[in-house]
Design a protein around this ligand. Structure first.
Ligand SMILES: [Zn+2]
Length: 282
Protein backbone atom coordinates (compact mmCIF):
# COMPACT_ATOMS: atom_id res chain seq x y z
CA UNK A 1 0.00 0.00 0.00
CA UNK A 2 1.23 3.48 -0.80
CA UNK A 3 -0.30 6.60 0.69
CA UNK A 4 0.88 10.10 -0.14
CA UNK A 5 -0.33 13.11 1.81
CA UNK A 6 0.35 16.32 -0.07
CA UNK A 7 1.38 18.63 2.76
CA UNK A 8 2.40 21.34 0.31
CA UNK A 9 1.11 21.49 -3.27
CA UNK A 10 2.80 24.79 -4.10
CA UNK A 11 6.23 26.22 -4.85
CA UNK A 12 8.29 28.86 -3.10
CA UNK A 13 5.48 31.45 -3.13
CA UNK A 14 2.74 30.26 -0.76
CA UNK A 15 -0.98 30.79 -1.10
CA UNK A 16 -3.72 29.63 1.30
CA UNK A 17 -4.22 26.43 -0.73
CA UNK A 18 -0.72 25.82 -2.10
CA UNK A 19 2.23 26.02 0.30
CA UNK A 20 5.85 24.96 -0.38
CA UNK A 21 6.80 21.39 -1.19
CA UNK A 22 6.24 18.75 1.50
CA UNK A 23 4.90 15.19 1.40
CA UNK A 24 4.19 12.53 4.01
CA UNK A 25 4.69 9.22 2.24
CA UNK A 26 3.70 5.86 3.71
CA UNK A 27 4.76 2.66 1.96
CA UNK A 28 3.63 -0.63 3.49
CA UNK A 29 3.34 1.01 6.88
CA UNK A 30 6.69 2.84 6.80
CA UNK A 31 6.28 6.63 6.79
CA UNK A 32 8.76 9.27 5.74
CA UNK A 33 8.87 13.01 5.19
CA UNK A 34 9.76 13.91 1.62
CA UNK A 35 10.95 17.43 0.77
CA UNK A 36 10.54 19.29 4.05
CA UNK A 37 9.82 22.71 2.59
CA UNK A 38 8.98 25.70 4.79
CA UNK A 39 6.06 24.91 7.09
CA UNK A 40 6.23 21.14 6.52
CA UNK A 41 6.37 20.27 10.22
CA UNK A 42 3.45 22.51 11.11
CA UNK A 43 1.32 21.04 8.36
CA UNK A 44 2.34 17.50 9.27
CA UNK A 45 1.24 17.79 12.88
CA UNK A 46 -1.93 19.70 11.98
CA UNK A 47 -3.08 17.11 9.44
CA UNK A 48 -3.11 14.40 12.10
CA UNK A 49 -0.94 11.88 10.25
CA UNK A 50 1.88 12.13 12.80
CA UNK A 51 0.26 11.79 16.21
CA UNK A 52 3.70 11.71 17.81
CA UNK A 53 4.77 14.96 16.17
CA UNK A 54 8.47 15.18 15.37
CA UNK A 55 8.98 11.85 17.16
CA UNK A 56 7.24 10.21 14.18
CA UNK A 57 9.78 11.55 11.67
CA UNK A 58 12.47 8.90 11.30
CA UNK A 59 13.32 9.20 7.60
CA UNK A 60 13.60 12.28 5.39
CA UNK A 61 14.08 12.16 1.60
CA UNK A 62 15.05 15.24 -0.37
CA UNK A 63 14.75 15.72 -4.10
CA UNK A 64 17.09 18.70 -4.11
CA UNK A 65 18.35 21.42 -1.83
CA UNK A 66 16.46 24.53 -2.91
CA UNK A 67 14.93 26.18 0.18
CA UNK A 68 11.32 25.55 -0.88
CA UNK A 69 12.10 21.80 -0.61
CA UNK A 70 14.49 21.77 2.34
CA UNK A 71 13.82 24.81 4.55
CA UNK A 72 12.22 22.85 7.38
CA UNK A 73 15.27 20.63 7.86
CA UNK A 74 16.43 23.48 10.06
CA UNK A 75 13.14 23.46 11.99
CA UNK A 76 13.24 19.67 12.39
CA UNK A 77 16.78 19.54 13.73
CA UNK A 78 16.15 22.45 16.12
CA UNK A 79 12.97 20.76 17.40
CA UNK A 80 14.91 17.55 18.01
CA UNK A 81 17.50 19.48 20.00
CA UNK A 82 14.76 20.31 22.48
CA UNK A 83 14.58 18.01 25.52
CA UNK A 84 10.84 17.49 24.96
CA UNK A 85 10.74 14.92 22.12
CA UNK A 86 11.11 11.43 23.54
CA UNK A 87 12.03 9.19 20.59
CA UNK A 88 15.51 7.70 20.55
CA UNK A 89 15.13 6.27 17.04
CA UNK A 90 17.84 7.27 14.56
CA UNK A 91 16.99 10.09 12.18
CA UNK A 92 17.98 9.19 8.61
CA UNK A 93 18.39 11.89 5.95
CA UNK A 94 18.71 10.97 2.27
CA UNK A 95 19.34 13.59 -0.40
CA UNK A 96 21.53 14.58 -3.33
CA UNK A 97 25.26 15.26 -3.09
CA UNK A 98 25.71 18.52 -1.22
CA UNK A 99 23.34 17.59 1.61
CA UNK A 100 26.19 17.09 4.06
CA UNK A 101 27.72 20.41 3.03
CA UNK A 102 24.41 22.17 3.60
CA UNK A 103 24.21 20.68 7.11
CA UNK A 104 27.84 21.58 7.78
CA UNK A 105 27.22 25.20 6.77
CA UNK A 106 24.12 25.39 8.95
CA UNK A 107 26.14 23.84 11.76
CA UNK A 108 28.75 26.58 11.34
CA UNK A 109 26.03 29.11 12.13
CA UNK A 110 23.89 27.33 14.68
CA UNK A 111 26.39 24.97 16.31
CA UNK A 112 24.94 22.50 18.79
CA UNK A 113 21.43 23.93 18.44
CA UNK A 114 20.96 21.68 15.41
CA UNK A 115 22.24 18.51 17.06
CA UNK A 116 19.38 16.16 17.99
CA UNK A 117 19.51 15.59 21.73
CA UNK A 118 18.39 11.94 21.85
CA UNK A 119 18.67 10.68 18.28
CA UNK A 120 21.62 9.60 16.16
CA UNK A 121 21.69 11.46 12.86
CA UNK A 122 22.75 9.69 9.67
CA UNK A 123 23.21 11.56 6.40
CA UNK A 124 23.34 9.64 3.12
CA UNK A 125 24.09 11.41 -0.13
CA UNK A 126 22.22 9.63 -2.89
CA UNK A 127 22.97 9.26 -6.58
CA UNK A 128 20.65 8.17 -9.39
CA UNK A 129 19.90 4.47 -9.10
CA UNK A 130 20.54 4.32 -5.36
CA UNK A 131 17.89 2.43 -3.42
CA UNK A 132 16.57 3.22 0.05
CA UNK A 133 14.92 0.12 1.56
CA UNK A 134 11.71 0.98 3.38
CA UNK A 135 11.36 -2.26 5.28
CA UNK A 136 9.47 -5.38 4.34
CA UNK A 137 6.69 -7.42 5.82
CA UNK A 138 9.06 -9.35 8.06
CA UNK A 139 10.68 -6.19 9.34
CA UNK A 140 13.96 -6.69 7.52
CA UNK A 141 15.47 -3.71 5.75
CA UNK A 142 17.58 -5.43 3.13
CA UNK A 143 15.21 -4.39 0.38
CA UNK A 144 14.81 -7.94 -0.94
CA UNK A 145 11.22 -8.13 -2.06
CA UNK A 146 10.25 -5.28 0.24
CA UNK A 147 9.28 -1.71 -0.35
CA UNK A 148 11.86 0.67 -1.76
CA UNK A 149 12.49 4.26 -2.79
CA UNK A 150 14.86 4.57 -5.75
CA UNK A 151 16.35 7.90 -6.82
CA UNK A 152 16.55 9.01 -10.46
CA UNK A 153 18.13 12.08 -12.05
CA UNK A 154 15.97 14.96 -13.23
CA UNK A 155 16.65 18.19 -15.09
CA UNK A 156 16.62 21.06 -12.62
CA UNK A 157 19.44 23.61 -12.57
CA UNK A 158 21.40 23.66 -9.34
CA UNK A 159 24.22 25.79 -8.15
CA UNK A 160 26.25 26.53 -5.02
CA UNK A 161 25.39 23.46 -2.91
CA UNK A 162 24.70 20.69 -5.38
CA UNK A 163 24.87 19.93 -9.06
CA UNK A 164 22.21 17.25 -8.90
CA UNK A 165 18.45 17.07 -8.50
CA UNK A 166 16.53 13.85 -8.00
CA UNK A 167 13.11 12.33 -8.41
CA UNK A 168 11.96 9.38 -6.31
CA UNK A 169 10.28 6.14 -7.40
CA UNK A 170 8.44 4.20 -4.67
CA UNK A 171 7.57 0.53 -5.03
CA UNK A 172 5.58 -1.40 -2.44
CA UNK A 173 5.83 -5.12 -1.76
CA UNK A 174 2.87 -5.75 -4.07
CA UNK A 175 4.70 -4.06 -6.95
CA UNK A 176 2.65 -0.87 -7.09
CA UNK A 177 4.67 2.16 -8.17
CA UNK A 178 4.32 5.82 -7.27
CA UNK A 179 6.72 8.33 -8.82
CA UNK A 180 7.54 11.84 -7.58
CA UNK A 181 9.15 14.09 -10.16
CA UNK A 182 10.74 16.60 -7.81
CA UNK A 183 11.42 19.83 -9.70
CA UNK A 184 12.28 19.19 -13.32
CA UNK A 185 11.87 20.00 -16.95
CA UNK A 186 10.88 17.33 -19.43
CA UNK A 187 13.69 14.79 -19.57
CA UNK A 188 14.30 11.19 -20.61
CA UNK A 189 15.08 10.00 -17.09
CA UNK A 190 11.73 11.25 -15.79
CA UNK A 191 9.87 9.68 -18.70
CA UNK A 192 11.67 6.39 -18.07
CA UNK A 193 11.08 6.39 -14.30
CA UNK A 194 7.39 7.23 -14.74
CA UNK A 195 6.70 4.79 -17.58
CA UNK A 196 3.53 2.88 -16.81
CA UNK A 197 3.56 3.82 -13.12
CA UNK A 198 0.39 3.63 -11.06
CA UNK A 199 0.60 7.17 -9.69
CA UNK A 200 2.70 10.09 -10.92
CA UNK A 201 3.08 13.09 -8.63
CA UNK A 202 4.24 15.55 -11.25
CA UNK A 203 5.39 19.10 -10.88
CA UNK A 204 3.55 21.74 -12.90
CA UNK A 205 5.08 24.97 -11.72
CA UNK A 206 4.05 27.48 -14.27
CA UNK A 207 1.89 28.41 -17.24
CA UNK A 208 2.29 27.71 -20.94
CA UNK A 209 2.86 31.43 -21.48
CA UNK A 210 5.76 31.49 -19.00
CA UNK A 211 8.29 28.79 -19.83
CA UNK A 212 10.84 28.38 -17.02
CA UNK A 213 13.86 26.11 -17.66
CA UNK A 214 14.00 23.22 -15.21
CA UNK A 215 10.26 23.30 -14.57
CA UNK A 216 7.13 22.02 -16.28
CA UNK A 217 4.07 23.87 -17.50
CA UNK A 218 0.86 22.20 -18.71
CA UNK A 219 2.27 21.55 -22.20
CA UNK A 220 5.47 20.06 -20.80
CA UNK A 221 3.67 18.02 -18.16
CA UNK A 222 1.29 16.79 -20.84
CA UNK A 223 4.21 15.70 -23.02
CA UNK A 224 5.74 13.75 -20.13
CA UNK A 225 2.40 12.04 -19.42
CA UNK A 226 1.79 11.22 -23.09
CA UNK A 227 5.21 9.56 -23.27
CA UNK A 228 5.14 7.77 -19.90
CA UNK A 229 1.43 6.86 -19.85
CA UNK A 230 0.97 6.74 -16.06
CA UNK A 231 -2.32 5.30 -14.78
CA UNK A 232 -3.06 8.39 -12.69
CA UNK A 233 -1.49 11.84 -12.52
CA UNK A 234 -1.51 14.38 -9.68
CA UNK A 235 -0.09 17.82 -10.44
CA UNK A 236 1.84 19.58 -7.70
CA UNK A 237 4.40 22.34 -7.06
CA UNK A 238 1.98 24.87 -8.53
CA UNK A 239 3.09 28.47 -8.26
CA UNK A 240 0.15 30.87 -7.84
CA UNK A 241 -0.22 31.54 -11.57
CA UNK A 242 -0.41 27.81 -12.33
CA UNK A 243 -2.63 27.05 -9.33
CA UNK A 244 -5.17 29.55 -10.64
CA UNK A 245 -5.63 27.54 -13.86
CA UNK A 246 -7.74 24.49 -14.60
CA UNK A 247 -4.67 22.32 -15.13
CA UNK A 248 -6.44 19.00 -15.84
CA UNK A 249 -8.34 20.66 -18.69
CA UNK A 250 -5.10 22.02 -20.14
CA UNK A 251 -3.33 18.67 -19.88
CA UNK A 252 -6.26 16.94 -21.59
CA UNK A 253 -5.04 18.48 -24.86
CA UNK A 254 -1.99 16.23 -24.59
CA UNK A 255 -2.91 13.22 -22.42
CA UNK A 256 -6.12 11.21 -22.23
CA UNK A 257 -5.59 9.64 -18.78
CA UNK A 258 -6.87 10.85 -15.42
CA UNK A 259 -5.24 14.04 -14.13
CA UNK A 260 -5.91 15.78 -10.82
CA UNK A 261 -4.74 19.10 -9.46
CA UNK A 262 -3.40 18.82 -5.90
CA UNK A 263 -4.16 21.15 -3.06
CA UNK A 264 -2.60 21.10 0.39
CA UNK A 265 -3.77 18.19 2.55
CA UNK A 266 -4.95 15.98 -0.32
CA UNK A 267 -4.33 12.25 0.12
CA UNK A 268 -3.68 9.76 -2.69
CA UNK A 269 -3.74 6.01 -2.25
CA UNK A 270 -2.51 2.90 -4.04
CA UNK A 271 -4.46 0.82 -4.63
CA UNK A 272 -7.21 3.32 -5.38
CA UNK A 273 -10.04 2.96 -2.90
CA UNK A 274 -13.17 1.44 -4.47
CA UNK A 275 -15.36 4.11 -5.97
CA UNK A 276 -19.07 3.85 -5.22
CA UNK A 277 -21.07 2.53 -8.14
CA UNK A 278 -24.61 3.57 -8.92
CA UNK A 279 -25.83 0.23 -7.63
CA UNK A 280 -24.42 0.86 -4.17
CA UNK A 281 -27.01 1.92 -1.60
CA UNK A 282 -26.82 5.60 -0.77
ZN1 LIG B 1 13.94 23.76 -7.10
Amino acid sequence: MIRIRILGAGGAVPTPTHTPAAYWVTVDGVSLLMDPGPGALVRLVRCGDAAGGVDDVETVLLSHLHPDHSGDLLALLFALHSPLPTSEAPLQLFGPPGLQRLLDRLGDIYGSWLVPRKRALTVTEVRPGDCVPLGSGDGSVDGSGGATAVAFAVDHPQDRLSDMALGWRFTDAAGQVAVYSGDTGDCATLREAAAGCDLLILECSTTDEWDVPGHLNPAGAGAVCAAANPRRVVLTHQYPNAAALDLPRLLARHFAGPVEQARDDDVYLLPDPPRPSRKDPA
